[in-house]
Design a protein around this ligand. Sequence first.
Ligand SMILES: NC(=O)c1ccc[n+]([C@@H]2O[C@H](COP(=O)([O-])OP(=O)(O)OC[C@H]3O[C@@H](n4cnc5c(N)ncnc54)[C@H](OP(=O)(O)O)[C@@H]3O)[C@@H](O)[C@H]2O)c1
Length: 315
Amino acid sequence: MSRRAVMTGAFSYTGSTVARQLVDRGWTVHTLTNRTKPPGAEHITTAPFLFDEVHLRKELANADVFINTYWIRLPWKGQTFETAVERSKMLFRVARAVNVSRVVHVSVSNAADGRNLGYYRGKADVEEALRDSGLSYGIVRPTLIVGPNDVLTNNIAWFLRHFPFFPIPDAGDYRIQPITLEDTGRIILDAVENSNDVEVDAAGKTVMTFREYVCLLARACGVRRPVFGVPACLSLSALRVMDFILGDIILTKEELLGLKQELLLSHESPRGEESVEEWLMAHGDSLGRSYINDIHRHFGEGSSVPVLNPTDSRQ
Ligand SMILES: NC(=O)c1ccc[n+]([C@@H]2O[C@H](COP(=O)([O-])OP(=O)(O)OC[C@H]3O[C@@H](n4cnc5c(N)ncnc54)[C@H](OP(=O)(O)O)[C@@H]3O)[C@@H](O)[C@H]2O)c1
């Protein structure tokens, strides 16, 4: 009999790849989402993503695994990181109550080391809650996930295409260790199919500075732009002006601090197998062609539209 996975966000960014790889490995997939089902995904059953314990008990019942990708990028419209922590704990509590065999949770690299920042502190609290839950668990901690329709990478490419230069906060000499979306999905699937409690980073093979990443993106997009350092306070002020023009939050002060603290760098042997550089060079032509508004994607009309289609072949 086919194994049943219940997951959040099968039509969102990371979740879509996880859903496709689950199906490829013979799992049936049921997803909690408020997005519409894309064409071809009829084999994936859906239920509204509501934080209501009675509803969640019904939807998580009979799951062999529950995969949690839920998180918020930033506090917005009354939702805070504390809200996201409480909601994540509710998901785990329900999973325990209905005897889900295993929970795999997608966290972030260096969650515990970033406790001075709300996003990371919340992630560390959720990791702790899962460890203490008594559930069989896997925790996967990605660094920066590179794939189609990703907000950060696409929007850097958009800026590179549309402006004659790229000012980078504080010289951009802080290191990151990006990983492809496909590799991230595989690492999550490995945690799903592992029966031990596991905690692993999902990081790519190459460590580079943020400035090198921007320069790599410029090459991938086929544009030549001067990339130069400016004081962080100046770049954040310029970003707030662009936020106003674009109706979005491009990069928060906390996100920049996370980058500067090198929280998107792993201290484990890399599990990524694909080359991020090769992925970017192969897909550069499509990156940054239009701006992706993250607020619209999660809070506006875009919040009901699929981000990626899990039936698209590998991304
Ligand atoms: N993307 C990266 O580079 C990266 C790096 C490190 C860690 N991560 C972690 O990986 C996980 C997946 O990230 P992702 O980039 O794939 O994010 P995503 O596409 O935004 O999906 C995240 C999940 O959270 C839900 N969600 C997001 N914002 C929400 C909101 N405001 N209210 C209610 N639900 C919301 C989404 O629901 P819908 O299905 O309805 O959209 C989806 O189930 C997250 O835990 C994230 O912290 C991501």
